[in-house]
Design a protein around this ligand. Structure first.
Ligand SMILES: [Cu+2]
Length: 269
C-alpha cells in the first residue's frame, strides 16, 4: 500500500505541470485559458515578472514534490526493515532553509522595484513637466463603476462633467491617467488586458495610468470581493482612436445636456 501513496503523490507535480503546459501552449481544450492579450507596453514587464516568479516557484514545487515522492518510496514501512531513527533537528539545515528563501524574496523585491515604481509611483507628465491631468474619474461603488469625464472645459468636478456607468472610453497610444476612488467599500479596479490592478480604498485619492497600444473592447473587472453583487461589477473598456474618442465624448455630452434640459411632461392644463 505504501507504494500506492508514493505514486499518488508523484502524480501531483506531473498533473500540475501538465495542466500549466497545456494552458500555456494554448492547445485544444484549453484555448484562451492562459493570460489574456496584453495591450500595454508596460504590461510586458509585468508578464515577464509573472513568468519569472512562476518558473522559480514551479521549479521549487517540482523539486519538493519529487523529494517527497522519493522519501515515501524509499522508506515505505512495508518494505523497509530498518528501524526508525529519531533526531532533534539540524541547526545547519534550519539556518540554510531560512536564509535561502529570505535571500530569494529579497532578490525578487529588488528585481521588481523599477516595475513597481513605474506602475504605482510614477505619473506621466506633460511636455512642460507638469503632471498629466486625469482623463476621467472612476468611482467604484456597490456594484458598478461610475465614470466621470471633464466636459468641454477639461476640468473635473463641475456641472459640464459627463457621467456614465460601466463604459470607459480611452484614446489609443496616449498616456491615460485615471483618478480612482471608492464610494463605499474596498473594490479593486482591474483591467486584465492592460495588466493593471489597483485596490480602491474608501477615503483615499488614487491614480492609475496606462497606455493602450491596440484598439478594441476589453473588460473592466472588480477584483476584490465587495459584497453580494461583486460578480456583476464589471464594465467595458473601449480603446479607440483620438478622433473616435472625441466624437464619442461629444455625443455623450450632448445627450446628457438634452436629458437635463428636456422638460418633464407635466399634467395637461
Ligand atoms: Cu467591487
Amino acid at each position: 500500500m505504501g507504494r500506492f501513496w508514493s505514486l499518488l503523490f508523484l502524480t501531483v507535480p506531473i498533473v500540475g505541470v501538465g495542466i500549466f503546459v497545456w494552458a500555456m501552449a494554448d492547445l485544444p481544450g484549453m484555448k484562451g485559458h492562459w493570460l489574456p492579450e496584453n495591450i500595454n507596453p508596460q504590461g510586458e514587464i509585468i508578464d515577464s515578472l509573472f513568468m519569472f516568479i512562476l518558473y522559480l516557484t514551479g521549479a521549487i514545487f517540482v523539486a519538493t514534490s519529487l523529494v517527497l515522492f522519493w522519501f515515501l518510496w524509499k522508506y515505505d514501512a512495508s518494505r523497509c526493515a530498518e528501524p526508525v531513527k529519531y533526531m532533534h533537528g539540524s541547526h545547519t539545515l534550519e539556518v540554510v532553509w531560512s536564509i535561502l528563501p529570505a535571500a530569494t524574496l529579497l532578490f525578487i523585491a529588488i528585481y521588481q522595484m523599477n516595475a513597481w515604481a513605474d506602475a504605482k509611483m510614477r505619473r506621466p507628465t506633460l511636455p512642460d513637466g507638469s503632471l498629466r491631468p486625469p482623463l476621467a474619474e472612476v468611482t467604484g461603488r456597490q456594484f458598478e463603476w461610475r465614470i466621470r469625464y471633464a466636459g468641454k472645459d477639461g476640468i473635473l468636478g463641475n456641472e459640464d462633467d459627463v457621467s456614465i456607468a460601466n463604459d470607459l472610453h480611452v484614446p489609443a497610444n496616449e498616456e491615460v491617467v485615471l483618478k480612482i476612488k471608492s464610494q463605499d467599500v474596498l473594490h479593486s479596479f482591474f483591467l486584465p488586458n492592460l495588466r493593471l490592478k489597483q485596490d480602491v480604498v474608501p477615503g483615499m485619492k488614487q491614480h492609475v495610468w496606462f497606455k493602450a497600444n491596440r484598439t478594441g473592447v476589453f473588460d473592466i473587472v472588480c477584483a476584490e470581493l465587495c459584497g453580494w453583487g461583486h460578480y456583476k461589477m464589471r464594465g467595458r473598456l473601449t480603446v479607440e482612436s483620438r478622433d473616435d474618442f472625441n466624437r464619442w465624448l461629444d455625443l455623450q455630452s450632448r445627450e446628457q445636456n438634452r436629458a437635463e434640459f428636456t422638460p418633464t411632461t407635466g399634467e395637461a392644463e
